[in-house]
Design a protein around this ligand. Sequence first.
Ligand code: NAD
Ligand code: MG
Length: 334
Amino acid sequence: MKIYVESDVDTRGMRGTRVAVIGYGSQGRAHALNLKDSGFDVTVGLRPEGASWKRAEADGMKVAATDKAATGADIVAMLVPDMAQPAAYEAVSANLKPGCALLFAHGFNIHYDRIKPNPDIDVILVAPKGPGDLVRRQYEEGRGVPALMAVAQDATGRARSKALLYAHGIGGTRGGVLETTFAEETETDLFGEQAVLCGGVTELVVQGFETLVEAGYKPEIAYFECMHELKLIVDLLHEGGLAKMHEFVSENAKYGDLSRGPRVVDDHTRQRMREVLEEVRDGTFAREWAAEYEAGLPEYNAAMKKDLEHPIEKVGRDLRARMSWLKSGKQAAA
Ligand code: NAD
Ligand code: MG
């Protein structure tokens, strides 16, 4: 698979390219600051009453109301939460200049037809494979987080080069840019966070904890085994795959992994993963989530409350308070 790097980019169009970054959260802030430092002419578009306005100004960004920021922009980056994007698109669509590019960091609203862009504009995707604070930090250090790019609509014949230029502007070409499609990015991203990253891992941790506690072991000991030590393993996997993990864990751990792992996560789990993937692919998940959001999040809030009231949370808080090296405050999201 081709990986685009800095030398693949024609940067001549960069200076003077007007970018409106709509939203100033995790991705919005990182993109806006990086693009500005790369020489783009950036305006942040926000709701005048919103909380991000002051922050963007304090960072030295030009800020305007969402519709004003998008007026005449060459690239309009939709970086408000996915569920808020259809309304944000309504606010800007009349102001989009023909031939501009509408850019997303996740394909959700285009792939599931929740936004139907004007036919006279390009529709592109640039999705860094990391949270916004990492995208910013790596850029400041002269490095970059790898990114995906895709084109959904090419009105000008230049959609792809615009996506690559934007990816370059946020530092993506330093880490490498891989080309994908809106469908592939959206479906794999949703599946990954549901089955493996957020849904899968947390369920494995909590069920492991419950199994030990139910068998009479102390919650504190169970917490260390099932939650705390996960970081060690994840760091090894992240740095060097399965090989690096095997290099650093004990012989006991290796044999236990190879012989017991496939019994815990087995064919039944694989079948559930296939079902979850099918619901992503046929739109069931997207429809369900949009209906839940529009209903005011009743099930979501109830399930979240239950998650946060789990005994692993209480014991975790008490133990983590003793770990002075842990960063406090809001941590980066997936
Ligand atoms: P976020 O929640 O961090 O930021 C939201 C921003 O939008 C804030 O400026 C907020 O003030 C504003 N906002 C919130 N609700 C709004 C509303 N109803 N109307 C208008 N503005 C509103 O968002 P994010 O996590 O940066 O996600 C932005 C996009 O990036 C999404 O498409 C997401 O899927 C994608 N993405 C996120 C990450 C990540 O690490 N968070 C990674 C890759 C892609
Ligand atoms: Mg969970």
